[in-house]
Each structure stands twice: as structure tokens, then as C-alpha cells.
Design a protein around this ligand. Structure first.
Ligand SMILES: NC(=O)C1=CN([C@@H]2O[C@H](COP(=O)(O)OP(=O)(O)OC[C@H]3O[C@@H](n4cnc5c(N)ncnc54)[C@H](OP(=O)(O)O)[C@@H]3O)[C@@H](O)[C@H]2O)[C@@H](O)CC1
Ligand SMILES: Nc1ncnc2c1ncn2[C@@H]1O[C@H](COP(=O)(O)OP(=O)(O)O)[C@@H](O)[C@H]1O
Ligand SMILES: [K+]
Length: 560
């Protein structure tokens, strides 16, 4: 698993390492700067030659070697300190380096101050940030070391404007995080124009080099789409000690003692594969035919809406079946029976007129996972959801099953149980959790700002079940505090997943995994991860129907 930290957690780890005497702040800063330089040359190997190739011929016909040039923008804290290290190391490599400083050198924190003095002592020049003109500056690489994890308030307009303009410059490298973005929420903390309320362009970079752990902001909010490529460089902090400090034991065997609320994880390939060491037992049974049969692989029931509205439930049902539920039944109102029957083959169909009909169907204990919401209709949702929840089966509530309770969210919360999964998009989330949504969408005035991670955790606690808050930065939270981010960014970007009906398929994936016996958190995480993998496997041009059909190939690639 890959841990995502808050700025405060990162600062605590660094402080503990320094206090223990294992390392000094200066050593950490040196390693950070070194890591940035190495990352730059890995990203752009053509820059390794400091001469930068022959310059154009002079009028006298003499060709002179042109030096590579870097501009480093340093700020008033330790992020600026990293910038001074990078400036020195680039100069040692034969580069011409120009440094601009925002802030008063005499007020730099101690380690940054030492590196400022080393830079000046080596003949380096420092110009005030006010003189930085992004349009007049020429460089092979621009380095943004203005603010890092210590950004605590809104960035002033004049700096913001220059950073925004600099963002369009070629090879712009953010040290730790693009300055002006909040490391915890990924939100833009740039001052607003007083007259229009509009923010200046959000900072962005082509390469972001962060240290040891990515922060939440690298994976959520606007920051996750503003970092270009993110490289995480090791600065030698001890992982076991760090996890112990933050309350999560390193050894998964002792998980009982873990403070799940401490660390957010990035749900990634490593997590999934580790998950699959248990999941394999399910999946193995399914496809090797050793032990199981279709009845031992779970039976999912997907409730459909009326005529002309059945597509969403059919998409979910197909997803549930492909992901491994042994049997999937669509519960349709009699008026839609012909429509659905003419469209399905391996799916089964039962008539479910209203609450009574559903209760009767659910007397069959083998129906172990339910999905309500896609195309269900508000009235039918109000009728069926209470009955479904009374039967305490693993249940996914999506779309209309959430919006149907917009005027009485507490009524819904009162009925939910711990094997439910709610899968709202932003609009549905706002209907069920209006106060939380308001906090999330408020324009921040200071850092760290309230984040999608905070919001999803608060919602899960209130609902008493798993909440999966959709988007390119899907956040999944359990009421016990466990939380992960399924990030469709960087190498996993799949913007074409934002297509009609793809959320219905996700609801089906999760329902299918619940039918297979996954616990709600694991079903939500695994379903969301596979959903993005399917989108990536298909590529642009994807429509929702294509998603379930990618699963066999995705499973094959995973070695399942
Ligand atoms: N600790 C370590 O060992 C290591 C840390 N490392 C590096 O340190 C970085 C964190 O350093 P940091 O904590 O000093 O914070 P940083 O981001 O430089 O900014 C703080 C300064 O900015 C100021 N300020 C804040 N907001 C402002 C605003 N809107 N407008 C104007 N000013 C504003 C703030 O002022 P104050 O709030 O104190 O008044 C303070 O002066 C981290 O990102 C990483 O790069 C690495 O070297 C690895 C080892
Ligand atoms: N830019 C994006 N990149 C990757 N995935 C996205 C993006 N935007 C939305 N998604 C995903 O697409 C799905 C859309 O679901 P939803 O909003 O419920 O749509 P629908 O109701 O049409 O099915 C969600 O799983 C969401 O996480
Ligand atoms: K920065």
C-alpha cells in the first residue's frame, strides 16, 4: 500500500527523525535537493549535458558553448531552503543559475538560512522576487520552491500572478508541491480578485518532486491535475518508525492496534495484489472450478426502474456478473418485464412490483447482495429502500436510492447498516450531506483547507457505513476511519470514464464483489480500482457498456 500523508503528519515524522538524532534537518534538506536534481535529469535526460549544445554562430563565425540555465524561485521557509540546495547542486554541475527570493533572508528558518549562506558563499547571487518577470526570464528549467507544506494562508495576488504565468513556461518543476496549492486538500489557496471573486490561474507544473510520501493533495482536488508528473524521492526516513509514530503498525499482523484514522492510503496495484492474496481464494474457486459452484459465488439482486428506465440497472447487473457474482437477478416492475426480458441472456429476471414483492423475494436467503438506485426512480426508491435495508443484506445504494432521500437524509441514515455502501457523485453527496458539502465547496481562506478526504470521512461516520465519493479522485471511507483514494490521475488518468452510465457499472461491480463475500470497504476499493483499470484498458471511445467486457482481460493481466 502507498500511504498518503497530511502536511502535519509529514512534519511530525521529520521532527521525530531529527529529534531522535538519526538525521539532521540539514541532511534531510540536502537529500531533498539532491532528489530534485536527480528527478529532473531522469525526467529530461537531454539536460544532462550542462553545455546544452552549441550556440548559434556569432557574426564572426565563432561558435560558443552555451551553458544550461536554471531559475530557482525560493520562498521564506524550508521549501525555499530546498531551492537553495538545488541551486547550488545545479551550479556544481556547470549550470548557470539565477535565484529569486520571496522574503527576508534574515528571517529564513535555520536550515534554509544555512543553505542560503552556502549559496551566497559559493558566489551565488540572490535577487528579490519582485524583480522576477516570467516572460523576460529565459531558462532550461524553472524551479518553484516558494511554498511547500507550510502554506498557511492565501498567497498574495502579485506572487500568484507570476506563479500562474510561470506555469505556462516549459519545464516548470515544483519542489514538493506547486506553490499556492494546499498539500492537504489539493485546493487552490491563491487570493481572489476582490472585484470579481475570481482566482488567478491555479499554479501548475510539469514535474513535481515530493519527499518520501505523497501528500493527500497530490491525489485530490485541483492539485492532482496540476502536478504534471509526480516523483516521490526517498530522503531516508525510516518507514517503520514513521508508521509507528502515526499510529499504524508496520506489521499487518498487529493491525488490531492500528489507528485506522491516521493514514489515508492510495489504493493501488500493490494494495490490490495484496488484497488478492485473499481474493484469489474467492476468484480461484470461481474460475478453476475446484471447489465452488455458481451458488457459492453469491447471488446479487439489482432492482430496476420502470419502462424506458431499465438500462442503468442492466448495466449494473452486467457489471456484477462479469466481476464474479455466481448469479445475478434483475428485479423489475411488471410493466418493464418485456423490455428487460428482450435485452438479457445470462441475467435472470424476477417481477418486483413494490415493497411487499421485494420482501417476499428476499425471503430467499441466497440473495446476498443488493443494488438499488440506478434508474430506479424516486418513488420506487422510497418504497423499496426501507424494505431492502430491513433485510440487512450487503447493499449498494446509488443514484435515485440516495437522491430519493434528499428531503429526509436522517430517515435514510436511521435505516443504514454496516454492510451498506453509498456511492454518491458530487450532486448526490450534496443532497444527502448538505452541510458537509457546503464546507467542502466553501472558498478556502487559510490552509490546511477542508478536503474531500475530510468530507468523505465525516459522511461515513454520519451514515455508519462505507461512503464512496466519486470523481477522478474517488475517496472511500469507512466509519472506523479507514480511508483510501482511488486516483485516476497521472499514469492512471482516464477522463473518458466520465461517460453516461459508468457509475451504474461501478455500482454493479461493487455489488458483485459483495456477493462474492468481500467486506464493504474492500468491495468498494476493489470495484473502484478495477473500474478505472477497465476504462484504461479500453481507452478513449469507451461507453459504459464496454466496461464490464474489459474485466476478463484486466483479470488476465493481473494474473488471476
Ligand atoms: N522539515 C524538514 O526537515 C524538511 C522539509 N522539507 C521542505 O520543507 C518544506 C516545508 O517547510 P516549512 O514548514 O518551512 O514551510 P514552507 O512551505 O517553506 O512555507 C512556510 C513559510 O511560508 C510562509 N507562508 C505560508 N503561507 C504564506 C502565504 N500565503 N504568503 C506568504 N508567506 C506564507 C510562512 O510564514 P508564517 O506562516 O510562518 O508566517 C513560512 O515562512 C517542505 O514542503 C519541503 O519542501 C524538505 O527539505 C525535507 C526536510
Ligand atoms: N475525470 C474523470 N476521470 C476518471 N473517472 C471519472 C472522471 N469523472 C468521473 N469519473 C468516474 O466516472 C463515474 C461516473 O459516475 P456517475 O457520476 O454516477 O455517472 P452516471 O450516473 O452517468 O453513471 C464515477 O465512477 C466517477 O468516479
Ligand atoms: K513549491
Amino acid at each position: 500500500m502507498t500511504e498518503l500523508l497530511t502536511a502535519a503528519q509529514m512534519q511530525a515524522i521529520e521532527k521525530a527523525a531529527i529529534d531522535s538524532g538519526d538525521v539532521t534537518g540539514l541532511e534531510l534538506m540536502e537529500r531533498a535537493g539532491q532528489g530534485v536534481v536527480e528527478a529532473i535529469f531522469e525526467e529530461w535526460p537531454e539536460l544532462v549535458d550542462p553545455a546544452g549544445g552549441p550556440a548559434p554562430q556569432t557574426p564572426r563565425g565563432i561558435s560558443e558553448q552555451k551553458k544550461r540555465r536554471a531559475v530557482v524561485l525560493c520562498g521564506p521557509g524550508n521549501n525555499g531552503g530546498d531551492g537553495f540546495v538545488v541551486a547550488r547542486l545545479m551550479k556544481e554541475r556547470g549550470w548557470e543559475v539565477e535565484v529569486f527570493l520571496y522574503g527576508d533572508p534574515s528571517k529564513l528558518p535555520p536550515d534554509a538560512r544555512v543553505n542560503y549562506e552556502r549559496w551566497c558563499g559559493g558566489g551565488g547571487n540572490v535577487v528579490h522576487f519582485a524583480s522576477f518577470n516570467p516572460w523576460a526570464s529565459h531558462a532550461d528549467v524553472f524551479m518553484d520552491a516558494v511554498f511547500g507544506t507550510g502554506l498557511s494562508r492565501l498567497v498574495e495576488k502579485d506572487i500568484a500572478k507570476k506563479l500562474g504565468e510561470a506555469a505556462v513556461i516549459e519545464r516548470f518543476v515544483a519542489i514538493d508541491i506547486p506553490s499556492g496549492l494546499c498539500a492537504d486538500s489539493g485546493k487552490n489557496l491563491i487570493d481572489r480578485d476582490v472585484e470579481t471573486g475570481a482566482s488567478f490561474a491555479s499554479p501548475a507544473s510539469h514535474l513535481t518532486v515530493t519527499f518520501q510520501y505523497q501528500k493527500h493533495g497530490h491525489r485530490i482536488g485541483v492539485c492532482a491535475t496540476s502536478c504534471g508528473v509526480v516523483r516521490t524521492v526517498d530522503i531516508g526516513l525510516d518507514h517503520k518508525q514513521a508508521m509507528r509514530l502515526l499510529g499504524r503498525p508496520y506489521d499487518p499482523v498487529s493491525r488490531r492496534r492500528a489507528d485506522f484514522s491516521a493514514i489515508v492510503s492510495l489504493f493501488d496495484n500493490r494494495t490490490l495484489l495484496r488484497g488478492f492474496s485473499t481474493l484469489e481464494s474467492y476468484l480461484d474457486k470461481a474460475w478453476s472450478g475446484k471447489n465452488g459452484n455458481k451458488f457459492t459465488h453469491g447471488h446479487a439482486l439489482i432492482l430496476s426502474g420502470g419502462p424506458g428506465k431499465t438500462g442503468a440497472a442492466r448495466l449494473a447487473a452486467r457489471g456484477a456478473l462479469r466481476i464474479g457474482a455466481g448469479l445475478v437477478t434483475l428485479g423489475v416492475p411488471p410493466s418493464a418485464q418485456m423490455e428487460v426480458a428482450s435485452q438479457i441472456t445470462s441475467l435472470m429476471l424476477r417481477r418486483v412490483e413494490g415493497g411487499e414483492g421485494l420482501a417476499e423475494l428476499l425471503s430467499d436467503e441466497r440473495l446476498n447482495a443488493l443494488c438499488l438506485g440506478p434508474g430506479l426512480g424516486m418513488d420506487r426508491a422510497r418504497d423499496l429502500v426501507p424494505v431492502a435495508l430491513q433485510h440487512t443484506r450487503a447493499t449498494v445504494l446509488d443514484a435515485d436510492a440516495l437522491s430519493g432521500f434528499a428531503d429526509a437524509p436522517d430517515e435514510l441514515f436511521g435505516m443504514l447498516h454496516e454492510t451498506c455502501v453509498l456511492t454518491p457523485h458530487g450532486g448526490e453527496f450534496a443532497r444527502l450531506f448538505p452541510d458537509i458539502s457546503e464546507k467542502l465547496n466553501a472558498v478556502p481562506t487559510k490552509g490546511p483547507a477542508y478536503s474531500k478526504v475530510d468530507a468523505t470521512r465525516e459522511a461515513a461516520k454520519r451514515a455508519g457505513c462505507v461512503v464512496l465519493f466519486k470523481g477522478p479522485d474517488t475517496v472511500i471511507a469507512n466509519p472506523d476511519g479507514r480511508c483510501s483514494v482511488n486516483s485516476a490521475h497521472y499514469e492512471r488518468a482516464a477522463p473518458w470514464l466520465a461517460t453516461a452510465g459508468s457509475g451504474d457499472v461501478l455500482a454493479g461491480f461493487i455489488t458483485g464483489l459483495l456477493a462474492r463475500g468481500f467486506d464493504p470497504m474492500q468491495a468498494a476499493e476493489t470495484g473502484a480500482w478495477l473500474h478505472v483499470e477497465c476504462a484504461r484498458h479500453f481507452g478513449p471511445g469507451l461507453i459504459a457498456e464496454d466496461l464490464p467486457e474489459q474485466l476478463p482481460a484486466v483479470f488476465r493481466e493481473l494474473g488471476i
